[in-house]
Design a protein around this ligand. Structure first.
Ligand code: MEV
Length: 324
């Protein structure tokens, strides 16, 4: 029987610091319990074979020597370049068949592309018996994400690799595991897929037009992080909620909120949430709210009434791991 390895990595949610993190400021990201799984099987012929239903890829096949060249279907880019980049650093000559399965929709903005990239790095590392350390998995996966989308801080790659709740700076300059016991987080999905790359570009255009103003906003977002970290570690949900509300104000100024997000955020606050904001690139994907157990159901109902889909998640979950 051909050697086969199964690995899984968690999705992520940005808690505070999106956009500013692309310009060198810190952010806080948490991994979420829904996972993406990849099964990697060694094959004789030197081909990559890929099936990834969550991005509608079925039976894609390409010679290893051609990876990264010619036409690459949209959903296959991250895995294809991950295998190419891994082989450049750690050559192997047999083929590999990769099948992914996700517990979360690729539409949520939970980071399915980075989770699959991290799974490929970990899976190949185990398949050829290298057992690479997490930091090298992160570096290889971040390089791949930049190859595909040319921009991004890598916070999503860090969450998929290391799990937990992280203080993070671009490119992994800082990756610090925070000591968080619990996190009373409520998630509302807008039903709209955010286009991260074009939103980063839109904010960049604003920064080019109003450099002093936007720089100041980035700096102010960055300044929320030490207080937010301390609130998270103390379990001071009231302060964390207040800081999330302030962060949402800055994101409004950057122009990445939307009527739908604002409606869901205000509905959550009015129903008793201690704070609420968008999470990620903006204009769609998810909003997050902090609420005590007494308010949780009322807040969830209010988000649903405002047109959101409430998604149950768990936090403080493991990063990329081998599955038996
Ligand atoms: C997107 O989810 C968050 C951004 O900060 C981009 C990034 O950090 O890669 C907008």
């Amino acid at each position: 029987m051909s050697p086969s390895i199964r690995v899984s990595a968690p999705g992520k949610l940005m808690l505070l610091g999106e956009h500013a993190v692309v310009y060198g400021h810190p952010c806080i990201v948490t991994a979420v319990g829904q996972r993406l799984t990849a099964t990697l099987t060694e094959t004789e012929a030197p081909f990559l074979e890929l099936t990834a239903p969550e991005v509608t890829i079925e039976g894609y096949r390409k010679p290893l020597a051609d990876l990264g060249r010619g036409e690459i279907p949209k959903g296959a880019g991250f895995v294809e370049l991950a295998v190419r980049n891994f082989r450049r650093r750690h050559p192997f000559s047999h083929g590999v068949k990769i099948e992914t399965a996700s517990e979360f929709s690729a539409q949520f903005g939970f980071g399915s592309s980075s989770a699959s990239t991290v799974c490929v790095m970990k899976g190949l590392s185990e398949l050829i018996g290298l057992n690479l350390p997490a930091r090298e998995i992160f570096d290889l996966a971040y390089e791949t994400v930049l190859d595909v989308q040319k921009k991004g801080s890598g916070f999503d790659v860090a969450a998929a690799t290391f799990g937990g709740t992280l203080l993070f700076e671009k490119g992994g300059k800082v990756i610090e595991q925070l000591s968080v016991q619990s996190l009373p987080l409520i998630i509302g999905y807008t039903g709209i897929k955010a286009d991260t790359v074009s939103l980063i570009d839109a904010v960049k255009r604003k920064a080019e037009k109003y450099p002093a103003i936007v720089e100041q906003i980035y700096g102010s977002i960055g300044q929320l992080i030490p207080d937010a970290r301390s609130a998270l570690e103390r379990g001071d949900w009231r302060s964390l909620g207040e800081l999330m509300d302030v962060n949402q104000g800055y994101l409004e100024v950057l122009g990445v909120s939307s009527a739908k997000l604002a409606m869901m955020i205000h509905a959550a606050r009015e129903a008793g949430a201690l704070g609420a904001k968008l999470s990620g690139a903006g204009k769609g994907d998810c909003m997050i709210a902090i609420a005590g157990t007494q308010q949780a159901n009322v807040v969830k109902n209010a988000i649903a009434k405002a047109g959101g889909e409430v998604i149950d998640i768990s936090v403080q979950v493991e990063g990329v791991r081998l599955e038996t």
